[in-house]
Design a protein around this ligand. Structure first.
Ligand code: AMP
Ligand code: TRP
Length: 344
C-alpha cells in the first residue's frame, strides 16, 4: 500500500495554439478527474522558455492555456489552476533533481532529441534538463497520478526514476526525518481514452503537434466552424470505405486517427464508432465528424475568446491558484531541504 494520498498534477506549455491533441489527450481527462481527485493544473511557463519566446506572446499564451482549462470546464475553486513561475519552489526542487538525475538518463529522452534536432550543441541547457523540472512539478506536490498524452510517458518514467533515486540516496536522512516508505511517491501516468495520441490530419503516422508547419495538420481550439470544417474535409484519407472492425485499421493510420477523434469527441470507443459508420464512405463520415467537432469545440473556443478578453480576471485566477499551490509546496520543499542537509 502506498502511504501517499492520491493527488493529480498535470501541465501544458504555453507555446503556440492549443490543438485537438492537447484537448483530447489531456484536458478532457482533467475535466473528468476533478470529480474524483484533488487536482493541480499548471501552465508550465518555465518549460516554455526552454526554447526562445517573445515576452508579450508568452504572456498571452499563458492566459490562453488558463482560459482553455476554464473554458473546458475545469473548476478553479475545486482545483488549483496556476502558472509555474509564480511558485519558485518548482525551480528550487528541479535544481536538487538535476543533482539526482544522471546525464545518461536524460540523453535517452526522445523529446529532447526531436526538439534539439541536428544542432544539439546549440540547444539550451534548459531544454536538456526539461524532464527534471517536470519531475519537480509533479513531486513538489507529492502527486501520485499524472494525466498526459502518450508522448509524455517517457518523462513520467523518468520522474519515477528520480523519485526512486532520491528515496534511495537519502534513505537514512529520510528515515531520520521521520518518514517511512520513502519521501516521494512514484507517480503514475494516466494515459487514457481513444485519443491519447492524436495524429496529424495530413499524415496519420505523425503526431498532431504545435510545431508542424502545416496549419491543416491540426485543429486548434481557437478555430471557428468554417476552419474546422475545411480542415476535416481536407484531412488525408484512403480510397476504401471505413472498416467494420478495428482490425481493418491495419495499414490505414488516417482512418484509425479520424475514428479515434470521433470516438473521443463523442465519449465512445473506436469499436462503437465502427458499429455506426463501418462500411461508410469517408465523405459521409467526415460530414458527421465536422458536425460533431463543431458542436463540441465551438463552445470551448467561444468561451476561451470571451475569457481572453478579460486578462485581469485570468491573472487573478492564476494568482490565487499560485497562492494555494505554494501553500502545499512550501512545507514539502522545506522537508526536502532538511533531507538533503540544508539549513533553513
Ligand atoms: P504540450 O503542448 O506539449 O505541453 O502538451 C500538453 C499535453 O497535451 C500533454 O499531456 C501531451 O501529452 C498532450 N498532447 C500533445 N500532443 C498530443 C497529441 N497529438 N495527442 C494526444 N495528446 C497530446
Ligand atoms: N512536458 C509536458 C508536455 O510537453 C508538460 C509538462 C510539464 C507536464 N510539467 C508537467 C505534464 C508535469 C504533466 C506533469 O506536454
Amino acid at each position: 500500500m502506498t502511504p501517499f494520498p492520491e493527488r493529480v498534477f498535470s501541465g501544458i506549455q504555453p507555446t503556440g495554439n492549443l490543438h485537438l491533441g492537447n484537448y483530447l489527450g489531456a484536458i478532457v481527462n482533467f475535466v473528468a478527474l476533478q470529480k474524483t481527485h484533488e487536482c493541480l493544473f499548471c501552465v508550465v511557463d518555465l518549460h516554455a522558455i526552454t526554447v526562445p519566446q517573445a515576452p508579450n506572446e508568452l504572456r498571452q499564451a499563458i492566459r490562453k492555456i488558463a482560459a482553455a482549462y476554464l473554458a473546458s470546464g475545469v473548476d478553479p475553486q475545486k482545483n488549483i489552476i496556476f502558472n509555474q513561475s509564480q511558485v519558485a519552489e518548482h525551480a528550487e526542487l528541479a535544481w536538487i533533481f538535476n543533482c539526482v538525475a544522471r546525464i545518461g538518463w536524460l540523453n535517452r529522452m526522445t523529446q529532447f532529441k526531436e526538439k534539439a534536432g541536428k544542432d544539439r550543441e546549440n540547444a539550451s541547457i534548459g531544454l536538456f534538463a526539461y524532464p527534471t523540472l517536470m519531475a519537480a512539478d509533479i513531486l513538489l506536490y507529492k502527486a501520485t497520478h499524472v494525466p498526459v498524452g502518450e508522448d509524455q510517458k517517457q518523462h513520467i518514467e523518468l520522474a519515477r526514476d528520480i523519485a526512486q533515486k532520491f528515496n534511495n540516496d537519502f534513505s537514512e536522512s529520510i528515515a531520520a526525518n521521520g518518514y517511512s516508505g520513502g519521501f516521494f511517491p512514484l507517480p503514475e501516468p494516466l494515459i487514457q481514452g481513444p485519443a491519447a495520441r492524436v495524429m496529424s490530419l495530413r499524415d496519420g503516422t505523425k503526431k498532431m503537434s504545435k510545431s508542424d508547419p502545416s496549419e491543416f495538420s491540426r485543429i486548434n481550439l481557437s478555430d471557428d466552424a468554417d476552419g474546422i470544417a475545411q480542415k476535416v474535409r481536407k484531412a488525408k484519407t484512403d480510397a476504401e470505405p471505413l472498416p467494420t472492425e478495428t482490425e481493418g485499421f491495419k495499414g490505414r493510420p488516417e482512418a484509425e486517427n479520424l475514428v479515434g477523434i470521433y470516438a473521443a469527441l463523442s465519449g465512445s470507443t473506436a469499436e462503437g464508432v465502427l458499429r455506426q459508420f463501418g462500411g461508410a464512405q469517408f465523405s459521409t463520415f467526415k460530414q458527421a465528424l465536422v458536425d460533431l467537432a463543431v458542436a463540441k469545440l465551438g463552445p470551448v473556443g467561444a468561451e476561451m475568446r470571451r475569457l481572453e478578453a478579460d486578462p485581469a480576471y485570468i491573472d487573478s485566477i492564476l494568482r490565487e491558484g499560485s497562492r494555494r499551490a505554494r501553500a502545499i509546496a512550501e512545507p514539502i520543499m522545506g522537508k526536502a531541504k532538511d533531507i538533503v542537509g540544508f539549513i533553513r
